[in-house]
Design a protein around this ligand. Structure first.
Ligand code: GLU
Length: 462
């Protein structure tokens, strides 16, 4: 493994690396065979921890890293349901309760056919550090099912959600574990999940799920928060370089919740988003994406970006089969899914003069692509920092539920902005403190890790 640090700390850091980190990573591989995304997420964090372990031997003595790599609890369960024709299906449900050092387990549910234990564990592991960075009292967890919602009727989605919650409810609670949405789980699904939880427990426990509807315990700006926060973080990265988003050309991948609201905030800040995508291909619109039309297609009609190109007419073209990374832009925001931007894509972006990249999705940039950006001096923000606005606003939703209050959109958005600035600054100063100025990967990992590690030390060997 390679650790890039400043010269002062590097000798100690590489000792910590060979003595602690390498055998530990080998053990993670041995113990979690075949879970490639989990290996990738763990490796990306471990590679950066050398300097902090060298500086804080008490973390090594208490085996903090080893304990963090093993989830506190992992649940796998059967989810049977019947479709509209009466045919029976069986899916697999997951909830990985990774760390409760800072608060109740918190993290989304993903419904997608690719979901397996390794993917849920990678997401849960990332969530620990992301949630710590927000400064809010939330632990880390993640869940989901290998259910494919594509083409399913509303009634089928409801039955699936009810069956999923019938098992999961016994593990949840506002002080225990608080899920929210992720890919394939939005406001509609949270509604059905909440309804079933309420029915089974006979409790109107608002704080047990976040991402609820505005009329029944949801928070203003939660829907917008992940995308908005990602653009706010990008704007901070550019600000410290003496630049801004105004007049910039931006590529956004994806066209789901994160992508749509990243586009909205980027446009509000005077940038032009010229491309977005889905699994079928990407659309290029030199006039800038017409957000009203995109929302209508994605949120109302649950359609595809190819429909966007058709309905937009002249200024937009649809390019089937590839991601949007060959379109020349100043800023790239990968907002679709893990490992969607590889080394070749990164080289194309760098050739076209990209200045900043911020991950709206979780781990969308492959390790090789991250290296390309860092070597080219591109400002690169990892998802656990750049997309933390979503879960941070979930914590604000929990806060409102606990106090039976509801805040205005403007107030909530201002809190989100404050939180994103705080995350940016703590990543920035931590990277500097540990000898890697400008390296947001090092900053995010160490800043998040320190908060969790301190709490683990204080709470004893549990
Ligand atoms: N799924 C989102 C994430 O990756 C949000 C989680 C939440 O709000 O609990 O952070």
């Amino acid at each position: 493994m390679s650790v890039s640090t400043g010269s002062a700390a590097s000798a100690n850091a590489s000792t910590a690396e060979s003595r602690v980190i390498e055998p530990l990573y080998a053990e993670v591989l041995r113990r979690n065979q075949g879970e490639t995304e989990f290996h990738q997420a763990v490796r990306e964090v471990l590679e950066t921890l050398g300097p902090v372990l060298a500086a804080r031997p008490e973390f090594v003595d208490a085996r903090i890293v080893e304990r963090l790599c093993e989830p506190e609890r992992q649940l796998i369960f059967r989810v049977p349901w019947s479709d509209d024709n009466g045919d029976i299906h069986v899916n697999r449900g997951f909830r990985v309760e990774f760390s409760s050092s800072l608060g109740p387990y918190k993290g989304g549910l993903r419904f997608h056919p690719s979901v397996n234990l390794g993917i849920v564990k990678f997401l849960g592991f990332e969530q620990i550090f992301k949630n710590a960075l927000t400064g809010m009292p939330i632990g880390g967890g993640k869940g989901g099912a290998d259910f494919d919602p594509k083409g399913r009727s509303d009634a089928e989605i409801m039955r699936f959600c009810q069956s999923f919650m019938t098992e999961l409810h016994r593990h949840l609670g506002e002080y225990t574990d608080v899920p929210a949405g992720d890919i394939g789980v939005g406001g509609r699904e949270i509604g059905y999940l909440f309804g079933q939880y309420k029915r089974i427990t006979n409790r109107y426990e608002s704080g047990v799920l976040t991402g609820k509807g505005l009329g029944w315990g949801g928070a203003q700006a939660r829907t917008e928060a992940t995308g908005y926060g990602c653009v706010m973080f990008t704007s901070e990265m550019l600000r410290v370089r003496g630049e801004s988003l105004e007049g910039r050309r931006i590529a956004v991948s994806g066209s789901g919740n994160v992508a749509v609201y990243a586009i909205e905030k980027a446009q509000q800040l005077g940038a032009t988003v010229v491309t977005c995508s889905d699994s079928g291909g990407h659309v290029v619109d030199e006039k800038g994406i017409d957000l009203g039309l995109l929302k209508e297609i994605k949120e109302r009609d649950r359609g595809r970006v190819s429909d966007y190109a058709e309905r937009r007419g002249g200024s937009a073209t649809f390019v089937p089969g590839k991601g949007p990374w060959t379109v020349p832009v100043d800023v790239a925001l990968p907002c679709a899914t893990q490992n969607e931007l590889d080394e070749e894509d990164a080289l194309a972006l760098v050739r076209n003069g990209v200045k900043a990249v911020a991950e709206g999705a979780n781990m969308p940039t492959s390790p090789g692509a991250v290296r390309v950006f860092q070597e080219a001096g591109v400002a690169f923000a990892p998802g656990k920092a750049a997309n933390a606005g979503g879960v941070a606003t979930s914590a604000l939703e929990m806060q409102q539920n606990a106090s039976r209050d509801s805040w205005s959109f403007a107030h909530t958005e201002a809190r989100l902005e404050e939180i994103m600035r705080h995350i940016h600054d703590s990543c920035h100063t931590t990277a500097e403190r540990y000898g890697s100025p400008g390296n947001y990967v090092v900053g995010a990992n160490i800043a998040g890790f320190e908060l969790v590690a301190e709490a683990m030390l204080a709470q004893g060997l549990i």
